[in-house]
Design a protein around this ligand. Structure first.
Ligand code: OAD
Length: 262
């Protein structure tokens, strides 16, 4: 029988030691396939705002219905464009943190690996992660709002929303908005990984947004161990096989070093 929701608590102080159960370390070391699902929390220590954290979360300060839906863009493309431009600049000005880097090390250690991210900030790639799928797109990419084609050449300086050179429609960020479908290939790869992995690490996500939030259940249904890394309780916490209650910048380097460098 599985140990349910072992809670290795630590404070947000990165120096504090997180106790990690030895069965978890063994499971990680022996796993042939490790998958990882990340959310905004892994980038919090880089200075990127999460969505739902009280006080600092983007969706506590901005209304997603006015900024992250196709109808919001149709109503006011400039407002939506400018908001994403502001976030794009913010993301470009920060650096990956110890949590991102620990996942690069993990990718090197396990035979089969997939990092599934809900983040659009590109920090995993900048840290060096290679085996990765982006479920919600990437804020640095821009596409035609009508044709969906990725556009490489556009001006970030223009005061108006840039238009597609081919059809004249507005350009938009290549991110998934509410009411939109996820990229088919990315979701298929994520679901395949959830079904086949022996361990799924679920890091820095409120586990509220589907279909990503359904991946831990899929993994458990197929025999995978689910490990949550989050300083706060989420709807997943009670169902996770292990919970590392701490910031990912502290917990992940410790998890990787304790597994392979005892
Ligand atoms: P949320 O903002 O919903 O959740 C962030 C999670 O990170 C929370 O559970 C926090 O407790 C946790 N957290 C905060 N600091 C952390 C730290 N240092 N280390 C680890 N965890 C930490 O963000 P997501 O779950 O990513 O979608 O949100 C899912 C989707 O909702 C996003 O991709 C976005 C949003 O609407 C789109 O934009 C399409």
């Amino acid at each position: 029988m599985r140990l349910r929701a072992f809670s290795a608590r630590c404070s947000m102080n990165p120096a504090s030691v997180i106790a990690i159960p030895s069965e978890l370390l063994r499971a990680l070391r022996r796993a042939r396939f490790v998958a990882v699902l990340t959310g905004a929390g892994i980038s919090a220590e880089s200075g990127v705002a999460t969505f739902r954290d009280a006080q600092t979360g983007l969706w506590t300060r901005f209304d997603p219905r006015e900024l992250a839906t196709p109808s919001a863009f149709a109503r006011n493309p400039k407002r939506v464009w400018d908001w994403y431009a502001w976030r794009r600049e913010r993301v470009a000005s920060v650096e990956p943190n110890a949590g991102h880097r620990a996942l690069v090390e993990l990718e090197r250690r396990v035979p089969e690996f997939l990092l599934i991210t809900q983040n659009v900030d590109g920090l995993h790639q900048r840290a060096g992660s290679r085996k990765l799928v982006e479920l919600h797109g990437n804020i640095a990419r821009v596409k035609c709002s009508r044709e969906g084609t990725i556009v490489e050449n556009w001006s970030a300086e223009a005061s108006e929303v840039p238009r597609c050179a081919n059809c004249g429609a507005f350009l938009r960020p290549d991110v998934v908005w509410f009411e939109e479908l996820l990229p088919e290939h990315a979701l298929a790869a994520a679901e395949d990984a959830a079904r086949r992995c022996e361990v799924l690490l679920v890091i820095g996500t409120s586990a509220e947004v589907y279909p990503a939030a359904g991946l831990p259940t899929l993994a458990q249904e197929h025999g995978g161990l689910v490990v949550e890394v989050n300083p706060n309780e989420t709807p997943l916490s009670a169902r996770a096989d292990y919970v590392l209650r701490g910031a990912s910048g502290a917990a992940l380097p410790r998890l990787v070093s304790a597994s392979w460098m005892p």
